[in-house]
Write a protein that binds this ligand. Structure first.
Ligand code: PLP
Length: 446
C-alpha cells in the first residue's frame, strides 16, 4: 500500500525507474514514448547529459544560500540570458525565480499590485483574465484561471476575478468572419470590460499567448495580442503573459509572444525553463515595472525561501544553453510542421475529430460527438482519459483534458513532444495515437 497521496487514490501507478532520450522506462522495463513531456515539461527528454552534469557540478559547489544574504552565479547568468532574449520592449527587465508555475502566477499578480501602489494608484485591484484558461492551482492562480470544473469546489475561497472569453477559434469565430474581425471582436471584450469595471480600478489583464491545457494549444488570431497591448496601454493596465506552458521554445520561439510582435509587462515561465530536471519557474518584469519599484520603495514585496535556488537555476541555465547551442528551435519548427501535417493527414476526415490546432511542437486534437453541430461528448464518458489509457497500453504518453467546450464537457488530447524529437518518433506518435483513438471510439460504438 502506498502512503503517497496520489492524484487518484484508486490508481495503481507504474514506477518510473529510468529515462532514455524521449522514452521513460517503468519498473517492468516497459518503455513509453513521451509525446507530452508529462504536462509540456520534459522538452529535452529524460537523460540529457549536459544538464545532468551542470546540476551535479552545482551541488558540489553550492546548493543553497538564502537570497536575503547572497546571490549566486547561475541565477545571475540565467536572468541575463533570459532578459537578453526577451521580446523587444522588455528593456532592462529583471527576473525572479520560484518553484512552480502557480507560485510564479501568484508572484506576478502581487508584482502588478505593487507596481500600481508604488505609482500611487491604490484603487487598481481588479484582475481580468480569460475563460477557458488555466493559471495554476494555488488560490490566487486558481481564481485567475477560467476553468469551471477546477474552480467549482473552491469557489467560496476564491478572490473575485473578471473573465472574458478566450479567442477560441473553433467555437467562437463566426461563419464568414475574417481573422482580423474575429481578433478585433475578441480583443474588444477586454476594452469593454475595463470600461465597465472602471479603468482606474483595473490592475492587470492575464492571458496565455497560446492557451495550453484548458483549451488545447490554441493560438490567438493574427493581430489579437497587438490590440490587447494597445488596450492595456490606453487604460494603464499591466499585461501579464502566462508563458508557463507555451514559453521557452514550445511554440517555436523562445518566448511565445515574440510571434505576436509585442512584449508583456510581466511574463511567467516554468515548464520548459527547467525541462523537469529541477523544479523551477520565473517571473520576468519588464523595465517599466522594475523602474516603478526603483523609483518607489526599491524593495520586492514578495519572498520565498527557495527563490533563486542555485541547483535549480544551474539546471535551467544548462537547459537553455542546450536549446540554443543545438539549434533546437529549428527542430521544433521542422518537427512541428511534420506533426501538423501528419495529424491533418491522419485525423482531418475522422468523424469525431472536430479540430486540430497548435503551433510549434504543441498540438491538440479536439474530439466531438457530432462534427456538424460540434456537440462534445459528455464529460461522464471520460473519453480523453480513456484515450490516454489506451495510448499508455501501447507505450505512448499523451495529455488528455476535459472542459474546453463549456468548462465541463469537451475532450481534447494534447501533444507536446520533446524538442529533440526525431522524424521517426513523430511518425510513431501519430501512429500510436491513431490506434489508441480507434480503440476507444470503436469501443464506444458497440
Ligand atoms: N500556468 C499555466 C499556463 C499552466 O499550464 C500551469 C500548469 O500546468 C500553471 C500555470 C501552473 O503551474 P504549476 O503546475 O507548476 O504550478
Amino acid at each position: 500500500m502506498s502512503h503517497v497521496l496520489h492524484r487518484s487514490l484508486e490508481a495503481t501507478l507504474p514506477t518510473a525507474v529510468g529515462g532514455e532520450g524521449n522514452f521513460l522506462i517503468d519498473h517492468t522495463g516497459k518503455r513509453y514514448l513521451d509525446a507530452c513531456g508529462g504536462a509540456a515539461v520534459s522538452c529535452l527528454g529524460h537523460d540529457n547529459a549536459r544538464v545532468r552534469s551542470a546540476i551535479k557540478a552545482q551541488i558540489d559547489r553550492i546548493a543553497f544560500a538564502h537570497t536575503s544574504f547572497f546571490t549566486n552565479e547561475p541565477a545571475e547568468e540565467l536572468a541575463s540570458f533570459l532578459v537578453a532574449r526577451a521580446p523587444e520592449g522588455t528593456g532592462k527587465g529583471r527576473v525572479m525565480y520560484l518553484g512552480s508555475g502557480s507560485e510564479a502566477m501568484e508572484a506576478a499578480l502581487k508584482l502588478a499590485r505593487q507596481y500600481h501602489l508604488e505609482r500611487g494608484e491604490a484603487a487598481r485591484t481588479r484582475i481580468i483574465a480569460r475563460a477557458p484558461s488555466y493559471h495554476g492551482n494555488t488560490l490566487g492562480a486558481l481564481a485567475t484561471g477560467g476553468h469551471a470544473g477546477r474552480r467549482a469546489p473552491f469557489q467560496p475561497l476564491l478572490l473575485e476575478v473578471n473573465h472574458i472569453d478566450a479567442a477560441y477559434e473553433y467555437r467562437m469565430r463566426k461563419d464568414g468572419e475574417s481573422e482580423a474581425n474575429f481578433a478585433r471582436r475578441m480583443a474588444d471584450l477586454l476594452d469593454r470590460r475595463i470600461r465597465e469595471l472602471g479603468p482606474d480600478t483595473v490592475m492587470a489583464f492575464v492571458a496565455e499567448p497560446v492557451v495550453g491545457a484548458s483549451l488545447g494549444t490554441q493560438p490567438a488570431p493574427d493581430g489579437y495580442f497587438k490590440l490587447i497591448r494597445e488596450i492595456c496601454d490606453n487604460h494603464g493596465v499591466l499585461f501579464i503573459a502566462d508563458e508557463v506552458m507555451c514559453g521557452m521554445g514550445r511554440t517555436g520561439s523562445l518566448f511565445a509572444l515574440e510571434q505576436e510582435g509585442i512584449a508583456a509587462d510581466i511574463t511567467t515561465l516554468a515548464k520548459g525553463l527547467g525541462a523537469g530536471f529541477q523544479p523551477i519557474a520565473a517571473v520576468m518584469a519588464a523595465e517599466n515595472v522594475v523602474a516603478a519599484i526603483q523609483k518607489g520603495s526599491g524593495l520586492l514585496w514578495n519572498g520565498h525561501t527557495y527563490m533563486s535556488h542555485a541547483v535549480a537555476t544551474a539546471g535551467a541555465l544548462a537547459v537553455q544553453k542546450v536549446i540554443e547551442d543545438e539549434n533546437l528551435l529549428e527542430n521544433v519548427l521542422a518537427r512541428g510542421e511534420q506533426l501538423r501535417d501528419a495529424l491533418n493527414a491522419r485525423f482531418r476526415q475522422q468523424p469525431n475529430i472536430g479540430d486540430i490546432r497548435g503551433r510549434g511542437l504543441f498540438w491538440t486534437l479536439e474530439l466531438v460527438q457530432d462534427k456538424a453541430s460540434k456537440a462534445p461528448f459528455p464529460a461522464a464518458a471520460s473519453l480523453s482519459q480513456k484515450i490516454q489509457k489506451a495510448a499508455l497500453d501501447l507505450g505512448l504518453m499523451c495529455y488528455p483534458a476535459q472542459g474546453c467546450a463549456d468548462g465541463t464537457n469537451g475532450d481534447h488530447v494534447l501533444l507536446a513532444p520533446s524538442y529533440t524529437s526525431t522524424p521517426d518518433q513523430i511518425t510513431l506518435i501519430v501512429d500510436l495515437l491513431a490506434q489508441a483513438i480507434e480503440t476507444v471510439l470503436g469501443g464506444l460504438e458497440k
